[in-house]
Design a binder for this molecule. Structure first.
Ligand code: NAD
Length: 460
């Protein structure tokens, strides 16, 4: 919906909270909502493809694997396990609570606000919504204004299949998002930049609304001298060129053992040509808008380019540019690149790697290519990161059994699969005590003897 006033946003949020109260979210209701969402996606499939082609020039295979099938898989996986996830979980009691039965109940929060960025504009809005619906919440979706065709299709699709009070789409830019953030939603799930993430968190703090922040940053990709070059080159390129590099977990920069740097650059050149030809006219996406294109061109200033291809500002085609790590103070060292530019740093020792990656603490993803298990285990343990993928890139996001999320500046909280269900559920502790047995000494007045007895029991 297009909102003209803040009051409209308030009315929507209130209707969602009423809907949530009036409809206890039974398993059947949640299952039905997920099946309806699946039907809606399949009904609108062709329009979703057209919109993603128009907004980002994505290829059909990319749209299928990273957007449409990705969320269908998430729905299927959720439907398979939801009944089990919803069951109250029995846990042990403790000495002081004996005898008692103890359970964790999974309770929906209420009305959830989900805000998405433009780079995977379908997946990043719908995948969290699946978790929110599965957990029994009503949901307001705010798509990115920079992928307008996709935002329109999502709105039409949701309006066609759901009442607004259950699932609604609010279009808008900063003004409308600010109106949404001023409302006391029961949970906010935000995907986007660290800069806007901190605005979201500050707004949420006003109502003490819990938040998940899925943010970005610079994800390093470390390659040692034992990595097989051809396979490594292919896998790096896959993660760096999908969606023309506009992926939050794309390898942001390479850190390569100095002895193999030239050979790896050669392998990257060969594999890149094999994937996209010399003209990039097959299956390669475009840059989202002119401002982003210009920012990427600006980042190339002062860089020695090792591999490149023909850029086209009109079509916003920007081939992958592999560049030497530029001089100190260049913005490439600290800005998230978020596009098809791949700087290469070299290292001699492990401490060189640690020094480089510590410049940007807590990356969203860490990639290590190596056949030396001790080396990769050591790095995977010692470098804090949202997630790690060894000997490949970006694939860890696909496994619904792995929580996906960042830490520190790359975000907090996680989702996918069972983790989504937990993210959008309050874990309510329910203890039931029995009347059959009690220890009178635990009630006042207390004797010194009881103090010593408790101390003996608890302070071991
Ligand atoms: P963004 O932060 O600019 O925008 C995200 C959303 O916030 C949009 O819906 C936008 O309308 C809204 N927004 C923008 N400015 C706002 C403001 N001042 N107040 C309130 N709302 C505002 O991000 P983007 O440019 O759309 O996406 C790029 C960023 O997202 C990158 O940093 C990338 O790494 C990150 N990202 C993270 C993930 C992840 O899963 N962790 C996935 C994709 C993208």
């Amino acid at each position: 919906m297009i909102v003209q006033t803040k009051d409209q946003v308030t009315t929507l949020r209130e209707s969602q909270q009423r809907f949530f109260k009036d409809h206890y979210r039974s398993y059947q209701a949640r299952e039905q909502a997920l099946l309806t969402l699946k039907e809606a996606i399949i009904t609108y499939e062709d329009s979703i493809y057209s919109a993603l082609r128009a907004d980002l020039g994505k290829s059909d295979v990319e749209i299928l694997t990273t957007e449409v099938a990705f969320v269908i898989q998430e729905i299927n996986e959720t439907l398979k396990h939801l009944l089990h996830w919803m069951q109250p979980k029995r846990v042990r009691g403790s000495l002081l609570t004996f005898p008692s039965s103890n359970k964790i109940h999974y309770e929906p929060f209420g009305s959830v606000l989900i805000i998405a960025p433009w780079n995977y504009p379908f997946q990043l809005l719908i995948a969290p919504a699946i978790g929110a619906i599965a957990a029994g919440n009503s949901v307001v979706l705010k798509p990115s204004e920079f992928a307008p065709k996709t935002a329109q299709v999502i709105e039409a699709m949701i309006e066609d299949f759901f009442p607004e009070s259950q699932l609604a789409v609010v279009q808008g830019e900063i003004k409308e998002t600010t109106w949404l953030l001023e409302e006391p939603f029961d949970y906010i799930f935000f995907t986007g930049s660290p800069k806007v993430g901190s605005i979201v968190m500050a707004q949420a703090a006003k109502h003490l609304t819990p938040v998940t922040l899925e943010l970005g940053g610079k994800s390093p990709c470390i390659v040692d001298e034992t990595a097989p070059l051809q396979a490594t080159a292919k896998r790096i390129l896959f993660g760096k060129t999908v969606n023309a590099g506009q992926t939050c977990i794309a390898p942001d920069y390479l850190v390569v053992h100095e002895s193999i740097k030239d050979k790896l650059v050669d392998a990257l050149r060969v594999e890149l040509t094999a994937m996209y030809g010399t003209h990039y006219n097959q299956g390669y996406g475009k840059i989202i808008h002119q401002g982003h294109y210009n920012r990427l061109e600006g980042l190339l200033e002062g860089c020695k380019v090792l591999i490149s291809g023909p850029r086209d500002a009109k079509k916003r085609t920007f081939p992958l540019h592999v560049v030497e790590a530029p001089k100190k103070n260049h913005p490439i060292h600290h800005e998230e690149i978020f596009g098809p530019i791949l700087p290469i740093y070299t290292y001699k020792t492990k401490s060189d790697i640690e020094h480089l990656v510590s410049q940007e603490a807590n990356p969203l993803a860490l990639y290590i290519f190596s056949q030396n298990q001790a080396f990769r285990d050591d790095l995977a343990k010692s470098i804090p990161a949202g997630g790690v993928c060894i000997n490949d890139t970006i694939l860890h996001i696909v496994n619904p059994y792995l929580p996906f999320g960042g830490r520190g500046r790359s975000g907090h909280g996680a989702y996918h699969g069972a983790t989504s269900f937990l993210t959008f559920s309050h874990q309510k502790s329910v203890m039931t005590r029995s009347f059959h047995f009690d220890v009178d000494q635990k009630y006042p007045p207390y004797s010194p003897k009881i103090f010593n007895a408790i101390k003996h029991l608890l302070m071991k």
